[in-house]
Design a protein around this ligand. Structure first.
Ligand code: NAD
Length: 460
């Protein structure tokens, strides 16, 4: 497998400067928006076929996000590309300094299967806005969606500008042999390491959007019904296959029972007594993940759910209690509809447990106490934090979204996405009417006078 040719074509196109004009970028974003509207029925059908997502879910958690990114970029692009004036020190006066964002060049975007539209196209919006040429690698595990997106891109963009490449790991590995100017990867930490190692060969900058175990902590003073409803929604959305879903819950022992009862009540309201018949409930992506998830059911007491059917890849929303410390379900990223609920008596216990664990993509705190909130935010690390809700921190374009440590690095959404695909180029223009002599050899100042002078001259 050889991808030198499409990458060379993209590089040649980028070198013409064709991707840079603001008008071109805007036009491409508008084209993408119109194409998404035109292909909406096919996209919704593909998401339903690949992942059992209802149109309601797909519109709110996939297409809605991309449209929001496009309209935000269209509104703010002229400000984002504008050079930003910076002060310069007296030492180089007279001078003007500024930072001008510039496209990296040819960007590779590799997407996962769980939100195969949003997680491929939101970075694409940022890459277009920043003026790059792009190679897109959709996930092979959402094949119908990949096919529709490939058609959409082929119909609307020239192949040297945006080119989709389809296939599995072997295709991605071959693609990564090529030199890109930026790689934006969303997926597992395991593959993230492979991507970063490949990028290192060419010193290509990377953004890694990875997963992990996002904990939810429910304190005794939290609004329990609300916490349970929000956690139940975020956990079982997309059948738990969401990178920012709460992975497990730590609940204060005083409110454990009402919390569990409230979870049960919410799950019954959302998906009914037989979630298999609910059009709002998804399926597991494949048999391998299904088997992995079903194995977790043995690791605790099933408080709610547990029904499963391999034929249909159906696993009902499941709440596990009494899970033994060290069980795989508490060590591995669950990425499915199994929610272990653990209890604690003292916040310090939870803090110690979480401090010893890899840094998650998100941390969810449920409390009404601002002092406790502040303490936990200070003591626990994560890519992002949401207090009294889940997932809300990554909705919209205002807050940068990304991980830390094991959950990745780099951020995107809105301006952060534009920055992720831009090099911040510093430019300094010196005046020519003055040329102070003292920087040139031979040295003219004593060390003491030099120190005093520098103290002043390096200020800006
Ligand atoms: P994955 O890492 O298996 O695959 C992601 C992409 O990498 C796919 O396009 C795949 O074809 C490609 N790939 C697979 N093997 C490769 C290899 N050897 N070399 C190069 N590329 C390779 O992830 P997935 O199963 O699609 O997604 C699930 C994971 O992604 C979970 O860990 C989840 O938490 C994470 N995730 C993170 C975010 C986020 O925004 N941070 C969002 C969604 C999913």
């Amino acid at each position: 497998m050889q991808f030198a040719e499409p990458v060379r074509r993209a590089r040649d196109f980028f070198a013409t400067g064709g991707t840079r004009p603001l008008a071109f970028r805007r036009e491409q974003l508008q084209k993408l928006s119109a194409a998404l509207q035109q292909h909406e029925p096919a996209i919704l059908a593909a998401l339903q076929a690949d992942l059992g997502k209802s149109p309601y879910q797909s519109l709110s958690s996939e297409l809605g996000f991309v449209h929001a990114e496009i309209s935000h970029a269209l509104r703010h692009l002229s400000r984002w590309v504008a050079p930003l004036k910076r002060r310069t020190p007296w030492l180089v006066a007279p001078a003007r300094g500024w930072v001008q964002p510039e496209p990296f060049g040819v960007a590779l975007i590799v997407g996962p299967w769980n939100y195969p539209v949003q997680l491929l196209l939101s970075p694409l919006v940022s890459a277009i806005a920043a003026g790059n040429a792009v190679i897109l690698k959709p996930s092979e595990l959402a094949p119908r969606t990949a096919e529709v997106l490939t058609t959409l891109v082929a119909e609307n963009f020239s192949p040297e500008y945006i080119s989709p490449v389809n296939g599995g790991a072997e295709v991605a590995v071959a693609l990564l042999q090529e030199k890109f100017d930026k790689i934006f990867f969303t997926g597992s930490a395991r593959v993230g390491r492979i991507v970063m190692a490949a990028a290192a060969r060419h010193l290509t900058p990377v953004t890694l959007e990875l997963g992990g175990k996002c904990p939810a902590i429910v304190c005794a003073d939290a609004k329990i019904e609300l916490a349970a409803r929000r956690i139940a929604w975020g956990k079982f959305l997309g059948a738990g296959q969401t990178c920012v879903a709460p992975d497990h819950v730590h609940v204060h022992s005083r409110v454990r029972e009402p919390f569990l009862q409230a979870l049960k009540k919410s799950l019954l309201e959302f998906y009914g007594a037989d979630p298999r018949r609910s059009t709002d409930y998804g399926r597991i992506v494949n048999a391998k993940h299904f088997d992995r998830l079903v194995n977790y059911l043995r690791e605790g007491k099933i408080f709610y759910g547990g029904e499963h059917d391999r034929q249909e890849l159906f696993l009902s929303p499941t709440v596990l209690t009494e899970v033994a410390a060290g069980a795989p379900v508490l060590r591995e990223e669950i990425f499915g509809p199994v929610l272990p609920v653990l209890e604690f008596d003292d916040m310090a216990e939870v803090t110690a447990r979480l401090q010893a664990a890899p840094t998650p993509l998100a941390l969810y705190l449920f409390t009404q106490d601002r002092a406790c909130e502040e303490k936990m935010i200070n003591e626990l690390r994560s890519g992002g934090v949401c207090v009294n809700d889940v997932i809300a921190q990554m909705v919209g374009t205002g807050l940068p979204f990304g991980g830390l440590g094991q959950s990745g690095f780099g951020t995107y959404h809105g301006r952060a996405g534009f920055d992720a695909f831009s090099h911040q180029r510093s430019v300094l223009r010196r005046g020519t009417w003055l040329d102070l002599p003292f920087r040139y050899p031979p040295a003219r100042l004593s060390v003491a006078r030099l120190k005093r002078a520098l103290n002043f001259l390096l200020r800006d």
